[in-house]
Ligand binder design. Sequence first.
Ligand code: ZN
Length: 154
Amino acid sequence: MRNLLPLIWRGNKERYRLFGSVCETCGQEYFPQRRICPACRRKGKLVEKQMPHEGKIISYTLVHSAPAGFELESPYHLALIELANGVRVLSQLADSPADKVSIGAPVKMVFRKIFEDDDEGAIAYGYKFTVIGEAPKTVAAQKQQKTKPGKPKK
Ligand code: ZN
């Protein structure tokens, strides 16, 4: 499985440049790409579209036990991000210290190494998001109480 991943990811525009779809009939945008607009069905016409590269954190979790290939980066934050067009994306956060990661914090897409496979010498690149500012204070304070992850175990 691991050996297949770099081949799958290479040339995948969704991974590299955040390409999604937009329905020309109703204007709804989707990521990952779709072939059928659930709202328009047969009347829908989906075309490829570049998603906005900025958004904000909707929720997040701290991942302690990383999957194979991600060990060096453990622990890391996995965040649900709402892009500027309202589309939600699940992504790893890069260069984002724990004290900057909060609900509502603005983020932007960065292009980073996703994992390295020592056996094959394969390196996969793709998008991650990085925190670029602070969350609006009131929103962060309200929502963090419910979703704040525990302290890392050492
Ligand atoms: Zn549609």
